[in-house]
Design a protein around this ligand. Structure first.
Ligand code: WT7
Length: 646
């Protein structure tokens, strides 16, 4: 039996959703999805309200996912314009810089004005509805402005995380054929400068990127950069004298809002495409109910806008709800390990949302940096990105929240747009390490390897049997890849790529990816991408990459590398290879361990048996399982003996 933290009756009394509400609304949402989601759509301002609600088929031969398809609205107008009458002077964004002395706030009216001006800027530069715009910015308000300005004119944004390399940026530009890029001179993280504009320059020298006509540069640090005329333009110059009136473009519910690239088991990252209305209904609803949102809450999600969490729960969901959002451009350990809690006190944060990797890293520093602060304002704590181990959960609950704040462990994915399995804090008893129960309209199921649905307490692969409005609609430019990746493994279901267990109370416990995706600090890294960066080195013949245990990151990256005949492995070459991966993908993909492999375990048909490599990397050589199908069982012995984690 796992530990249970029942809902605090005092909390439940004031909560938006209580236990009986949850049961009633959940039943309604799955029995009558059309009725339920029509009602939920009324939370938005429509230009033309929808009459058709759900039109979905998960049949791989005829796959389509449409919500509210005859409705029209504008996402930016829903995040800004409709708040002006009542919340014009309310703070929309509290910006907290890397440097603790840098704080800036924008009211809803100020944000609206800046978005309109920037939308006009984009229009003047020839950006039209349907054009793609790449955003490569730090966590500064201009990132939200840029996203919302795109949404206002119907351009499709593609935010690329500032930690990605010029090569990764180039491949995303090439795939989306973006017309324009918005970047900053430099980023600033933990006191260190990141050459964002320099990276853009480098990426634009790569093949396939000549769709880009304009680069808009926000002045962030004032560092020296090269401005190439007429391509490169300063944000502040373009904005001067720009009209503050910009009518929002009427968008069909199913018009694309953005693409966001994410790693899968194979090939290059794919452009996950989200559309307008369903996404906004879903992100705003999940945000409001999971965080039990009140008008005077100060909400802080530490995620970067380069990830889906930053899209759905820094920008779109919270702003659609008229919330006050903290945007933080720093790191948890700068200037010291107390920073998160100092920011909480400084801005009186009530709702705080971060990742298990950050919690573990802070937990390692002991309680003192936390206890040096008050944290009295905190009401709810959230976590996302990977399974949270009960020790970290308990520390978060006990030390950070002083046993006063429920923890919402939100399970979801880039593909799902918003939370699918999550506690509602006034309704659902908590179990440390479990994302608990499905959100409204979500029908999870656990299947075995053959796809047979399991009943009761069980474990297996997690699928979702029906659609919800926030679901991704396609892979940008490659619909077949969408069908193949998510709807072929278990026909009739959306396959999540995660394994899960369901307990006797119906609670879900996510056990992690079951495909070739590694979850490093809550970020997805495809093994194939790292392998391809490794074999790009002229001395490397072959590489196989798997996940391994890592105390802070959750999973680390473990690479097995076979060199060309005649080459020998050295520490120096190891460093070179790791540096190569950093350069090609970004620091987050750098292998933590690199083992020389004279040979890799393969089947007789030449397929690398990762199952075996995973066990070696997990230091579980006694669990290798059946190795009889290997072409050369001898290679395993060497790899086991020389394994790097013992
Ligand atoms: C994968 C999705 C969704 C935002 C952050 C990551 C893992 C995510 C949880 C959680 C256990 C989780 C899953 C999922 N994951 N949240 N609360 N408990 N695992 O988005 O990069 O699309 O990764 O992250 O493995 O499939 P993403």
């Amino acid at each position: 039996m796992s530990e249970i933290h029942p809902v605090d009756p005092a909390f439940a009394e004031k909560a938006r959703i209580r236990k009986d509400d949850y049961q009633r609304m959940y039943a309604e949402s799955v029995q009558d999805p059309d009725g339920f989601w029509k009602r939920m759509s009324e939370r938005l301002d429509w230009i033309t309200p929808p009459t058709k609600i759900k039109n979905v088929s998960y049949d791989p031969a005829n796959l389509h996912i449409r919500w509210y398809e005859d409705g029209q609205l504008n996402v930016a107008a829903n995040c800004l314009d409709r708040h002006l009458a009542e919340r014009g002077d309310k703070t929309a964004i509290i910006f907290e810089g890397d440097d603790p002395n840098e704080t800036r706030t924008l009211t809803y009216r100020q944000l609206y004005t800046e978005v309109c001006q920037f939308a006009n800027t984009l229009k003047n530069l020839g950006v039209e509805k349907g054009d793609r715009v790449v955003i490569y910015l730090p966590m500064i308000p201009e990132a939200a402005v840029a996203m919302l300005a795109c949404a206002r004119i119907g351009a499709i944004h593609s935010v690329v995380f500032g930690g990605f390399s010029p090569d990764s940026l180039a491949s995303r530009i090439a795939d989306s054929k973006a017309k324009l890029i918005i970047t900053a001179d430099e980023g600033l993280r933990g006191g260190k400068k990141i050459p964002l504009k320099g990276n853009v320059d480098e990426s634009l020298s790569r093949p396939g990127t000549n769709s880009v006509e304009t680069v808009i540069v926000v002045r962030r640090t004032g560092g020296a950069i090269h401005m190439q005329s007429p391509r490169d333009r300063w944000y502040h110059t373009l904005m001067e004298g720009q009209s503050t009136a910009c009518a929002p473009e009427p968008m069909n519910a199913e018009d694309p809002l953005f693409t966001l690239y994410t790693s899968g088991s194979t090939g290059l990252p794919k452009g996950v495409l989200h559309t307008s209305a369903g996404y906004l209904v879903y992100t705003s609803l999940t945000h409001e109910l999971t965080f039990d949102l009140r008008e005077d809450d100060i909400y802080w999600c530490t995620a970067d806008v380069g990830w889906i969490t930053g899209h759905s729960y820094v920008v779109y969901g919270p702003l659609a709800n008229g919330a006050t959002v903290v945007m933080f451009d720093g790191v948890p350990n700068y200037p010291d390990f107390s920073r998160f809690w100092q920011v909480v006190d400084k801005h009186k944060v009530t709702l705080f949302y971060t990742a298990p990797t950050a919690i573990r890293a802070l937990m390692r520093e002991g309680d003192a940096p936390v206890k040096a602060t008050s944290r009295k304002s905190l009401r709810i704590l959230g976590t996302v990105g990977e399974p949270i181990n009960p020790e970290a959960w308990n520390w978060y609950y006990r030390v950070v929240g002083e046993e006063r704040c429920p923890i919402v462990d939100t399970w979801w994915q880039t593909e799902t747009g918003g939370f699918l399995i999550t506690p509602l804090p006034g309704a659902i008893d908590l179990k440390p390490g479990s994302a608990t129960l499905p959100f409204f309209g979500i029908k999870p199921a656990i299947v075995d390897a053959e796809g047979k649905v399991q009943e009761g307490a069980c474990s297996g692969n997690l699928v979702i049997t029906d659609s919800w409005p926030g679901q991704m609609r396609t892979v940008y430019g490659d619909h077949q890849r969408f069908v193949d990746t998510y709807f072929k493994a278990y026909p009739g279901n959306y396959f999540t790529g995660d394994g899960a267990r369901r307990d006797e109370d119906g609670y879900y416990w996510i056990t992690g990816r079951v495909d070739d995706v590694i979850n490093v600090s809550g970020h997805r890294i495809g093994t194939a991408e790292v392998e391809s960066a490794l074999v790009a080195h002229p001395k490397v013949a072959e590489a196989a990459v798997v996940g391994c245990h890592h105390d802070i990151k959750g999973q680390g990256i473990y690479a097995f590398v076979t060199l060309n005949a005649g080459e020998t492995g050295s520490e120096e070459l190891k460093k070179e290879l790791v540096a190569g991966v950093r350069k090609e993908i970004g620091a987050i993909a750098a292998p933590d361990h690199l083992q020389w492999a004279p040979g890799l375990p393969k089947t007789r048909s030449g397929k690398i048996m990762r199952r075996i490599l995973r066990k070696i990397a997990e230091n579980a050589p006694d669990q290798l399982g059946d190795v009889s199908t290997l072409a050369d069982p001898g290679v395993v012995k060497n790899l086991v003996e020389k394994r790097l984690i013992k």
